[in-house]
Design a protein around this ligand. Structure first.
Ligand code: G1P
Length: 294
């Protein structure tokens, strides 16, 4: 069966970016000139996804507005002859069919996914987490879908992370059975360095079997007192094969401050109008900082 639907969970409070996220969803924070969630939606569309459901929560209306038409703004840009901008503004509302559902209480990622079960029904589906932006020749999700088409089973997008960082991720222990491809033996959510069975971390991309919903419905809270998707996948692994694919490309962590700043700088360096201005700026800053350094 083809993977046509995707879930993007976006219910979180964005506490790492307060006060910026007090009245604005963290998913709307821009990397250069596009909100982070638009990069995620574009990756899904480029991977062949036809319908997206975004799981939202309180204070997330700006996401819906962003992917909607904006009559007054479009009219205004048209009257002023700003056609290039008009095109950009219209692009976000024409990307794909987006549906919304609210997670009514903050009970964790696993619960947020479970909230979308009626929309997905009985077919395999994708999950893309908004804290991870991946820049790759073949979109990250498309790489996983290509593998899904060979194996017809749950596939997790993973990459190796430094040992000191394993505590921030879902970690898989697997057996390598092909190029970049593993069978998963065990999974653990946010282990400390000593308990981590490897440094292969799940980095925000999944193709899941719909069987996961039944498991999520019964899942007890795990790490951080939340219903964890990783725990449910560990149970699924007892009944069905679960694979991990070490995807190609650079993954940017926009879920924490330093990662967000680095992503902004690297994306600005790739931007044709900003690159040389930014390099000039870097050299001035470096010179000044080096002179003033004790
Ligand atoms: C979530 C998942 C975790 C995964 C991570 C990737 O954690 O629970 O398994 O490795 O995303 O970014 P969160 O960052 O929401 O705490």
């Amino acid at each position: 069966m083809k993977v046509k639907k995707a879930i993007i969970p976006a219910p979180g409070l964005g506490t790492r970016f307060l006060p910026a996220t007090k009245a604005m969803p963290k998913e709307m924070l821009p990397i250069v000139d596009k909100p982070t969630i638009q990069y995620i939606v574009e990756e899904a569309v480029e991977s062949g996804i036809e319908d997206i459901i975004i799981v939202t929560g309180k204070g997330k209306r700006a996401i819906e507005d962003h992917f909607d038409n904006s009559f007054e703004l479009e009219q205004n840009l048209m009257e002023k002859g700003k056609y290039e901008l008009l095109n950009e503004v219209q692009k976000s509302s024409k990307l794909v069919d987006i549906h919304y559902i609210r997670q009514k209480e903050p009970r964790g990622l696993g619960h947020a996914i479970w909230c979308a079960r009626k929309f997905i029904g009985d077919e395999p589906f994708a999950v893309l987490l908004g804290d991870d932006i991946v820049s790759a020749d073949t979109p990250c999700l498309k790489q996983l879908i290509n593998q899904y088409e060979r194996y017809n089973a749950t596939i997790l997008g993973v990459q190796a992370v430094p040992d000191k960082d394993v505590y921030r991720y879902g970690i898989v222990e697997g057996k390598r059975i092909g190029e970049r491809f593993y069978t998963v033996n065990s999974l653990i959510e946010k282990p400390n360095r000593e308990e981590a069975p490897s440094n292969l971390a799940i980095l925000g991309r999944y193709i899941l079997s719909p069987k996961i919903f039944g498991i999520l419905g019964l899942q007890e809270p795990g790490a951080g007192g939340e219903i964890q998707l990783t725990d449910a996948i560990a149970t699924l692994n007892e009944y069905e094969a679960v694979y991990a694919y070490d995807f190609e490309g650079t993954r940017y962590d926009v879920g924490e401050k330093m990662g967000f700043i680095k992503t902004t700088l690297e994306f600005a360096l790739k931007h044709k109008d900003l690159r040389s201005q930014l390099l000039d700026y870097f050299s001035t800053v470096l010179e000044k900082e080096l002179i003033n350094r004790p």
